[in-house]
Design a protein around this ligand. Structure first.
Ligand SMILES: Cc1cc2nc3c(=O)[nH]c(=O)nc-3n(C[C@H](O)[C@H](O)[C@H](O)COP(=O)(O)OP(=O)(O)OC[C@H]3O[C@@H](n4cnc5c(N)ncnc54)[C@H](O)[C@@H]3O)c2cc1C
Length: 543
């Protein structure tokens, strides 16, 4: 059986060695690494535009770019979430060269050695901590320099925000003392318990996205072909062999043929959608939408994992909040001058969170199961603005949630959004952990110095009883944008890719992005995806 559309004009068909779909955290790395061999022709197709926004370069610019439609996927939303009072809420992620690495909150935490050793134990052979560590080091340009756990020659800069301040220092001290955890200056080692300032994916105060660090310096390679605003609608097959993709650009339909391999890197929401649209997925779902089955693979789109986050919100008299530092136009101009003409430090160099902590909510967990973020600002009503008072939040999520969701197509039309359900807070362990986390966070803030005049806005008195606190969490919880797991690697029946990231049951097709993660890493997941990009590229080269 061939799924190649024979009506496409000859001029719209081109042949490459590799076709990579999606230029995000992983895809940009894969295409760049594969094109290191000048004899291999590599096509990288990205649905979004060039990474040409000023806001994607300044770390704090994430708060602006998230609200510019041109650079974001905004058409996705959840199904009614049963654990969140059946709330439906919108989702977003990056749609530009660099993908979500160009718009995310920049916090760089790899997770624990326990995470990767668990992946291996559950069937992802070759993905234990000792195996993945060299690939973390490969992409890193860490401010600490080279050592056992850090790399210094890679493209992605890793440094601290250049705006550390007394309020954040006091949060860190309070977390360490109250929760009985160490001060931690380096969360990117095997053990991550402690409180401290986060590392960020920045270098010299600028965002290190994969578009800036992988694609841009290598774009002049004659064998690396990068096409933006190219929307892939289908993977094409001859029998069970993937032979490339169909994509749309400027209203025309094209075929990109791949002699060696087709690689999907569209992210954990769109990669499973594309697989299903192309005839790889649960047979019943494909039949329901009239899609010819290339291979019945039940796990495609299942096992969706995310970190459900919830915050405590405070007012303070401290001047060390964004509300007080860049709350008006004069302060913004001053911060801009300092950033562009001065030492490039100050509040514009921070990511979504400045500091935080990893802690165990019960003694018998093998690794910290809660991550707390210190966010030194209170947003205004529009989301991208700031409230007119000084405030901060403690945001948190369970490191390794038990609940699982899924992504399923709703029609055979590639432009229709898939149905997305996280099932947040539908498992007892998830509820217990986040309840305990909210109580721990309150103890931390209650122990901060009186001079800050801290007052809780939310949950406030509603959170004084367990019933009120859980109600607040279910009402206000939502995503951390850490979607993963929907094309899980492994060797069991529900695995979608094998440990070499090849889609099971077909030939010449791989997935290399957040979808392949068997479960989430403990912490913000971009580092795990960058590592997957580097290791995935090596697996393709080895073939
Ligand atoms: C708002 C936000 C904040 C975040 N904050 C952090 C953080 O602080 N720290 C952290 O570690 N992680 C963070 N993350 C998560 C992290 O950035 C992502 O998990 C990671 O970037 C995912 O990488 P990926 O390669 O799987 O997908 P992406 O980087 O999302 O890339 C997928 C790319 O594929 C393209 N694409 C999709 N479908 C098609 C198609 N059919 N045709 C062509 N192109 C297609 C998309 O446009 C996109 O560019 C955040 C994510 C978001 C959205």
């Amino acid at each position: 059986m061939s799924t190649v559309d024979s009506s496409i004009p000859k001029d719209n068909i081109k042949t490459y060695d590799y076709v990579v779909v999606g230029a995000g955290s992983a895809g940009a790395i894969v295409a760049t690494r594969l094109s290191e061999d000048p004899d291999k022709e590599v096509l990288l197709l990205e649905a979004g535009p060039e990474d040409d926004s000023y806001w994607s370069k300044i770390p704090l610019g994430f708060a602006k770019i998230l609200f510019i439609d041109k650079y974001m996927w905004r058409n996705h939303q959840t199904e009614p979430e049963p654990g969140l009072k059946n709330k439906q809420y919108p989702l977003m992620h990056g749609k530009l060269l660099g993908g979500s690495s160009a718009v995310n909150g920049l916090v760089h935490v790899r997770g624990t050695s326990f995470d990767y050793n668990s992946w291996e134990k559950d069937g992802a052979e070759g993905w234990g901590y000792k195996d993945v560590l060299p690939y973390f080091k490969k992409y890193e340009r860490d401010h600490r320099g080279e050592d056992e756990y850090h790399g210094e020659d890679g493209p992605i800069g890793i440094e601290k925000a250049r705006w550390q301040n007394p309020l954040a220092d006091d949060f860190i001290d309070a977390a360490a003392n109250t929760l009985n955890i160490p001060h931690n200056d380096d969360f990117n080692r095997p053990a991550i318990e402690g409180a401290g300032y986060w590392d960020l994916t920045t270098w010299n105060g600028r965002r290190s996205s994969t578009s800036e660090t992988y694609i841009k310096p290598n774009r002049n390679r004659s064998n690396l072909h990068v096409l933006t605003e190219a929307y892939v609608t289908k993977v094409n097959f001859e029998g069970k062999t993937a032979v490339g993709v169909t994509y749309e650009r400027d209203g025309e339909v094209y075929h990109a043929r791949a002699n060696r391999e087709t690689i999907l890197s569209g992210g954990a929401l769109q990669t499973p959608q594309l697989l299903q649209l192309s005839g790889i997925g649960p047979a019943d779902l494909l039949k329901e939408h009239g899609i010819d089955i290339v291979h019945d693979l039940e796990g495609v789109g299942e096992n969706l994992v995310d970190h459900m986050q919830i915050s405590r919100k405070y007012t303070t008299s401290s001047q060390h909040t964004l509300n007080k530092q860049v709350g008006n136009i004069f302060q913004q101009i001053k911060a801009g001058i300092n950033y562009y003409l001065g030492p490039r430090n100050g509040p514009l160099t921070i990511g979504a969170a400045l500091a935080g902590a990893f802690v165990k909510t019960r003694a018998d967990v093998e690794a910290p199961d809660l991550q707390i973020h210190f966010l030194p600002y209170m947003p205004g009503d529009k989301g991208y603005d700031l409230a007119n008072f000084s405030g901060f939040r403690l945001g948190m999520y369970q490191s390794r949630p038990v609940s699982r969701g899924r992504v399923r197509i709703t029609s055979a039309d590639p432009k229709d959004s898939p149905s997305i359900l996280f099932n947040h807070l539908t498992e007892e362990e998830d509820v217990r952990t986040i309840m305990e986390g909210m109580k721990m966070a309150k103890r931390v803030v209650d122990s901060m110095p009186d001079k800050y005049n801290i007052k809780e806005i939310e949950p406030g008195a509603d959170g004084d009883t367990d019933e009120g606190l859980l109600d607040y969490i279910r009402e206000n919880g939502d995503t951390s944008f850490h979607f993963c797991g929907t094309a899980r690697m492994g060797t069991d029946e529900m695995a979608v890719v094998d440990p070499q990231l090849r889609v099971r049951g077909v030939d010449k097709l791989r997935v290399i992005d957040a979808s392949v993660m068997p479960t989430t890493s403990s912490g913000n997941i971009n580092p795990a995806v960058l590592m997957i990009g580097e290791k995935g590229a090596d697996l393709v080269k080895e073939q």
